[in-house]
Design a protein around this ligand. Structure first.
Ligand code: NCD
Length: 317
Protein backbone atom coordinates (compact mmCIF):
# COMPACT_ATOMS: atom_id res chain seq x y z
CA UNK A 1 0.00 0.00 0.00
CA UNK A 2 1.21 3.45 -0.84
CA UNK A 3 1.55 5.62 2.25
CA UNK A 4 1.30 9.35 1.65
CA UNK A 5 3.85 11.67 3.21
CA UNK A 6 1.23 13.34 5.41
CA UNK A 7 0.32 9.96 6.89
CA UNK A 8 3.93 9.14 7.71
CA UNK A 9 4.56 12.60 9.06
CA UNK A 10 1.76 12.88 11.51
CA UNK A 11 3.90 13.87 14.45
CA UNK A 12 1.12 15.61 16.37
CA UNK A 13 1.24 14.71 20.06
CA UNK A 14 4.46 12.68 19.75
CA UNK A 15 7.09 12.76 22.50
CA UNK A 16 10.63 13.50 21.34
CA UNK A 17 12.83 11.73 23.87
CA UNK A 18 15.55 10.25 21.66
CA UNK A 19 16.47 10.77 18.01
CA UNK A 20 16.29 6.99 17.70
CA UNK A 21 12.51 7.16 17.81
CA UNK A 22 12.36 9.15 14.58
CA UNK A 23 12.74 7.46 11.22
CA UNK A 24 15.02 8.87 8.56
CA UNK A 25 11.93 9.94 6.57
CA UNK A 26 10.57 11.79 9.58
CA UNK A 27 13.92 13.48 10.21
CA UNK A 28 14.15 14.53 6.55
CA UNK A 29 10.64 15.87 6.72
CA UNK A 30 11.42 17.95 9.85
CA UNK A 31 14.61 19.30 8.25
CA UNK A 32 12.80 20.29 5.04
CA UNK A 33 10.06 21.93 7.04
CA UNK A 34 12.65 23.76 9.19
CA UNK A 35 14.08 25.27 6.01
CA UNK A 36 10.68 26.78 5.25
CA UNK A 37 10.66 28.24 8.76
CA UNK A 38 13.82 30.33 8.22
CA UNK A 39 12.10 33.57 7.10
CA UNK A 40 9.71 33.23 10.06
CA UNK A 41 12.64 32.56 12.40
CA UNK A 42 14.42 35.73 11.30
CA UNK A 43 11.24 37.80 11.60
CA UNK A 44 11.17 38.57 7.89
CA UNK A 45 7.75 36.89 7.69
CA UNK A 46 5.24 36.38 10.45
CA UNK A 47 2.72 33.70 11.35
CA UNK A 48 0.30 32.97 14.17
CA UNK A 49 -0.13 29.23 13.75
CA UNK A 50 0.37 28.52 17.47
CA UNK A 51 -1.74 31.42 18.70
CA UNK A 52 -3.44 30.46 21.96
CA UNK A 53 -1.01 27.60 22.60
CA UNK A 54 1.28 27.45 25.63
CA UNK A 55 4.69 25.81 25.93
CA UNK A 56 6.21 24.81 29.30
CA UNK A 57 9.99 25.17 29.45
CA UNK A 58 11.20 23.31 32.54
CA UNK A 59 14.93 23.66 32.95
CA UNK A 60 16.41 21.80 35.90
CA UNK A 61 19.92 22.42 34.52
CA UNK A 62 21.67 25.51 33.12
CA UNK A 63 20.90 26.42 29.53
CA UNK A 64 21.31 29.43 27.29
CA UNK A 65 20.71 28.43 23.66
CA UNK A 66 18.30 25.56 24.10
CA UNK A 67 15.95 27.43 26.40
CA UNK A 68 16.12 30.75 24.59
CA UNK A 69 15.72 29.21 21.15
CA UNK A 70 12.71 27.18 22.27
CA UNK A 71 11.21 30.36 23.72
CA UNK A 72 12.02 32.32 20.57
CA UNK A 73 10.55 29.53 18.43
CA UNK A 74 7.29 29.56 20.38
CA UNK A 75 7.06 33.38 20.30
CA UNK A 76 7.76 33.47 16.55
CA UNK A 77 4.79 31.12 16.08
CA UNK A 78 2.65 33.47 18.22
CA UNK A 79 2.44 31.01 21.12
CA UNK A 80 3.25 31.73 24.75
CA UNK A 81 5.80 30.30 27.14
CA UNK A 82 5.72 29.49 30.85
CA UNK A 83 8.36 27.75 32.92
CA UNK A 84 11.54 28.19 34.89
CA UNK A 85 15.26 28.32 34.36
CA UNK A 86 16.13 27.81 38.00
CA UNK A 87 14.48 24.86 39.76
CA UNK A 88 15.52 26.14 43.19
CA UNK A 89 12.73 28.71 42.83
CA UNK A 90 10.07 26.00 42.39
CA UNK A 91 8.29 23.52 44.66
CA UNK A 92 11.07 21.03 43.91
CA UNK A 93 12.79 22.89 46.71
CA UNK A 94 9.92 21.84 49.00
CA UNK A 95 10.31 18.23 47.96
CA UNK A 96 7.82 17.96 45.11
CA UNK A 97 8.47 14.98 42.85
CA UNK A 98 9.27 15.33 39.17
CA UNK A 99 6.09 13.42 38.36
CA UNK A 100 3.94 15.96 40.19
CA UNK A 101 5.70 18.93 38.60
CA UNK A 102 5.07 17.36 35.20
CA UNK A 103 1.40 16.73 35.98
CA UNK A 104 1.04 20.46 36.69
CA UNK A 105 2.79 21.55 33.52
CA UNK A 106 0.67 19.08 31.58
CA UNK A 107 -2.47 20.78 32.85
CA UNK A 108 -1.15 24.26 32.11
CA UNK A 109 0.29 23.83 28.63
CA UNK A 110 0.15 22.20 25.19
CA UNK A 111 3.73 20.90 25.09
CA UNK A 112 6.54 20.44 27.59
CA UNK A 113 10.26 20.95 27.10
CA UNK A 114 12.37 19.49 29.87
CA UNK A 115 16.08 19.52 30.65
CA UNK A 116 17.20 17.53 33.65
CA UNK A 117 20.53 16.31 35.10
CA UNK A 118 19.33 12.71 35.36
CA UNK A 119 19.35 10.33 32.41
CA UNK A 120 15.85 9.02 31.80
CA UNK A 121 14.10 12.04 33.37
CA UNK A 122 12.46 13.09 30.10
CA UNK A 123 11.22 9.56 29.49
CA UNK A 124 9.71 9.54 32.97
CA UNK A 125 8.13 12.94 32.35
CA UNK A 126 6.50 11.61 29.19
CA UNK A 127 4.77 8.92 31.22
CA UNK A 128 3.04 11.52 33.35
CA UNK A 129 1.99 13.93 30.61
CA UNK A 130 -0.59 13.72 27.86
CA UNK A 131 0.96 16.71 26.13
CA UNK A 132 4.02 16.02 23.96
CA UNK A 133 7.27 16.02 25.94
CA UNK A 134 10.51 17.14 24.32
CA UNK A 135 13.81 16.09 25.84
CA UNK A 136 16.10 19.12 25.93
CA UNK A 137 18.94 17.08 27.45
CA UNK A 138 18.88 14.42 30.16
CA UNK A 139 22.21 14.15 31.95
CA UNK A 140 24.81 12.46 29.78
CA UNK A 141 21.99 10.73 27.87
CA UNK A 142 20.35 12.29 24.83
CA UNK A 143 19.71 15.65 23.19
CA UNK A 144 17.46 15.01 20.20
CA UNK A 145 16.62 18.60 19.25
CA UNK A 146 20.29 19.58 19.26
CA UNK A 147 20.80 16.59 17.00
CA UNK A 148 18.14 17.83 14.58
CA UNK A 149 19.69 21.28 14.41
CA UNK A 150 23.14 19.74 13.93
CA UNK A 151 21.86 17.64 11.02
CA UNK A 152 20.05 20.69 9.64
CA UNK A 153 23.28 22.70 9.77
CA UNK A 154 25.26 20.03 7.92
CA UNK A 155 22.53 19.78 5.29
CA UNK A 156 22.37 23.55 4.82
CA UNK A 157 26.14 23.93 4.59
CA UNK A 158 27.00 20.79 2.63
CA UNK A 159 23.74 20.01 0.84
CA UNK A 160 23.88 16.43 2.00
CA UNK A 161 24.62 14.37 5.09
CA UNK A 162 25.40 11.10 3.28
CA UNK A 163 29.10 10.36 2.68
CA UNK A 164 30.36 13.29 4.72
CA UNK A 165 33.49 12.59 6.67
CA UNK A 166 32.70 13.79 10.18
CA UNK A 167 35.12 14.05 13.08
CA UNK A 168 33.53 14.14 16.54
CA UNK A 169 36.06 15.62 18.93
CA UNK A 170 36.19 15.95 22.69
CA UNK A 171 34.25 14.52 25.59
CA UNK A 172 32.46 11.71 23.79
CA UNK A 173 31.80 9.89 27.05
CA UNK A 174 29.64 12.45 28.84
CA UNK A 175 28.56 14.61 25.87
CA UNK A 176 24.91 13.93 25.16
CA UNK A 177 24.94 15.85 21.88
CA UNK A 178 27.44 13.45 20.33
CA UNK A 179 25.55 10.40 21.59
CA UNK A 180 22.55 11.53 19.57
CA UNK A 181 24.54 12.84 16.61
CA UNK A 182 26.75 9.77 16.09
CA UNK A 183 23.68 7.58 15.80
CA UNK A 184 21.92 9.97 13.41
CA UNK A 185 24.98 10.40 11.19
CA UNK A 186 25.28 6.63 10.97
CA UNK A 187 21.65 6.50 9.92
CA UNK A 188 22.64 8.67 6.94
CA UNK A 189 25.73 6.63 6.20
CA UNK A 190 28.26 9.34 7.06
CA UNK A 191 31.87 8.39 7.75
CA UNK A 192 32.60 8.72 11.47
CA UNK A 193 35.86 9.43 13.25
CA UNK A 194 35.94 9.75 17.02
CA UNK A 195 38.78 11.71 18.62
CA UNK A 196 38.92 12.03 22.38
CA UNK A 197 41.18 11.77 25.39
CA UNK A 198 41.55 8.06 26.20
CA UNK A 199 39.27 8.17 29.23
CA UNK A 200 36.51 10.07 27.41
CA UNK A 201 35.79 7.73 24.51
CA UNK A 202 32.42 7.13 22.89
CA UNK A 203 30.28 4.66 24.91
CA UNK A 204 30.34 1.13 23.50
CA UNK A 205 26.56 1.14 23.19
CA UNK A 206 26.67 4.07 20.72
CA UNK A 207 29.46 2.42 18.71
CA UNK A 208 27.37 -0.76 18.55
CA UNK A 209 24.38 1.19 17.25
CA UNK A 210 26.51 2.78 14.50
CA UNK A 211 27.80 -0.62 13.45
CA UNK A 212 24.29 -2.00 13.34
CA UNK A 213 23.50 0.75 10.86
CA UNK A 214 26.44 -0.36 8.74
CA UNK A 215 28.95 2.33 9.76
CA UNK A 216 32.32 1.38 11.30
CA UNK A 217 33.48 4.39 13.31
CA UNK A 218 37.23 4.89 13.65
CA UNK A 219 38.52 5.90 17.07
CA UNK A 220 41.86 7.69 17.20
CA UNK A 221 43.83 10.15 19.27
CA UNK A 222 45.59 11.63 16.23
CA UNK A 223 43.56 14.80 15.77
CA UNK A 224 45.71 16.41 13.05
CA UNK A 225 45.53 13.34 10.86
CA UNK A 226 41.82 12.87 11.48
CA UNK A 227 40.87 16.38 10.39
CA UNK A 228 43.16 16.52 7.35
CA UNK A 229 40.52 15.40 4.87
CA UNK A 230 37.39 15.83 7.03
CA UNK A 231 34.29 17.67 5.80
CA UNK A 232 32.89 18.39 9.26
CA UNK A 233 34.64 18.85 12.59
CA UNK A 234 32.23 18.74 15.54
CA UNK A 235 33.93 19.96 18.70
CA UNK A 236 32.58 19.46 22.21
CA UNK A 237 33.36 20.83 25.64
CA UNK A 238 34.63 18.62 28.44
CA UNK A 239 31.48 18.12 30.53
CA UNK A 240 33.02 19.10 33.84
CA UNK A 241 29.73 18.84 35.74
CA UNK A 242 29.34 15.14 34.89
CA UNK A 243 32.66 13.93 36.32
CA UNK A 244 32.11 11.92 39.49
CA UNK A 245 35.75 12.53 40.44
CA UNK A 246 37.31 16.03 40.09
CA UNK A 247 40.72 14.36 39.73
CA UNK A 248 39.51 12.64 36.58
CA UNK A 249 38.56 16.06 35.21
CA UNK A 250 41.89 17.63 36.16
CA UNK A 251 43.70 14.97 34.15
CA UNK A 252 41.92 15.86 30.89
CA UNK A 253 41.26 19.59 31.15
CA UNK A 254 42.87 21.43 28.24
CA UNK A 255 43.68 18.15 26.44
CA UNK A 256 42.76 19.51 23.00
CA UNK A 257 42.25 22.83 21.28
CA UNK A 258 41.33 23.91 17.77
CA UNK A 259 43.35 26.93 16.71
CA UNK A 260 44.53 28.48 13.46
CA UNK A 261 47.76 26.51 13.49
CA UNK A 262 46.03 23.13 13.57
CA UNK A 263 43.76 24.24 10.73
CA UNK A 264 46.65 24.91 8.35
CA UNK A 265 46.29 21.58 6.58
CA UNK A 266 42.52 21.05 6.52
CA UNK A 267 40.21 21.15 3.52
CA UNK A 268 39.19 24.64 2.49
CA UNK A 269 35.52 23.82 2.92
CA UNK A 270 35.82 22.08 6.29
CA UNK A 271 33.07 23.31 8.58
CA UNK A 272 33.65 23.52 12.32
CA UNK A 273 30.61 22.98 14.51
CA UNK A 274 30.12 23.14 18.28
CA UNK A 275 26.87 22.84 20.26
CA UNK A 276 28.24 25.58 22.56
CA UNK A 277 29.04 26.74 25.17
CA UNK A 278 32.72 26.56 24.31
CA UNK A 279 35.32 27.01 26.97
CA UNK A 280 38.89 26.60 25.72
CA UNK A 281 38.47 23.92 23.05
CA UNK A 282 38.13 26.41 20.20
CA UNK A 283 40.44 29.41 20.28
CA UNK A 284 38.41 32.59 19.54
CA UNK A 285 40.92 33.32 16.74
CA UNK A 286 39.10 30.59 14.77
CA UNK A 287 35.81 32.53 14.88
CA UNK A 288 36.76 34.75 11.96
CA UNK A 289 37.82 31.89 9.67
CA UNK A 290 35.43 30.60 7.01
CA UNK A 291 35.42 27.23 8.78
CA UNK A 292 33.61 28.51 11.86
CA UNK A 293 29.86 28.04 11.64
CA UNK A 294 28.98 27.44 15.29
CA UNK A 295 27.10 30.71 15.74
CA UNK A 296 25.05 30.05 12.62
CA UNK A 297 24.46 26.56 14.00
CA UNK A 298 23.13 28.09 17.22
CA UNK A 299 20.71 30.26 15.23
CA UNK A 300 19.50 27.15 13.39
CA UNK A 301 18.02 26.01 16.68
CA UNK A 302 15.19 28.49 16.10
CA UNK A 303 13.79 27.28 12.72
CA UNK A 304 14.33 23.65 13.69
CA UNK A 305 12.48 24.05 16.99
CA UNK A 306 9.77 26.07 15.26
CA UNK A 307 9.26 23.19 12.83
CA UNK A 308 9.13 20.68 15.64
CA UNK A 309 6.72 22.68 17.80
CA UNK A 310 4.47 23.30 14.86
CA UNK A 311 4.34 19.59 14.02
CA UNK A 312 3.89 18.34 17.59
CA UNK A 313 1.34 20.91 18.73
CA UNK A 314 -0.47 21.18 15.41
CA UNK A 315 -0.75 24.06 12.97
CA UNK A 316 1.27 24.23 9.78
CA UNK A 317 2.59 27.10 7.72
C1 NCD B 1 25.04 21.21 25.06
C2 NCD B 1 24.29 20.48 26.15
O1 NCD B 1 23.63 21.11 26.99
O2 NCD B 1 24.36 19.27 26.12
N1 NCD B 1 24.63 22.55 24.91
C3 NCD B 1 23.53 22.83 24.16
O3 NCD B 1 22.45 22.33 24.39
N2 NCD B 1 23.69 23.66 23.13
C4 NCD B 1 26.51 21.04 25.12
C5 NCD B 1 27.25 21.39 26.37
O4 NCD B 1 26.69 21.82 27.39
O5 NCD B 1 28.48 21.27 26.33
Amino acid sequence: MLITSSEIMNLKGRDIISIRELSKEEINFILDYAKKMIPYATGEKSTDILKGKILSCLFFEPSTRTRLSFETAMHRLAGRVIGFADPTMTSQKKGETLADTIRMADGYSDAIVIRHPLEGAARLAAEFADAPVINAGDGAGRHPTQCLLDLFTIKMEKNRIEDQKVVLLGDLKYGRTVHSLAYALALYGAELIFVSPKTLGMPKEVIRECKKLGVEPISTSNLEKAIRDADVLYVTRIQKERFPDPEEYNRVVGAYQINRKILEHVKEDLIIMHPLPRVTEIDPEVDSTSHAIYFKQAFNGVPVRMALLSLLVGGRI
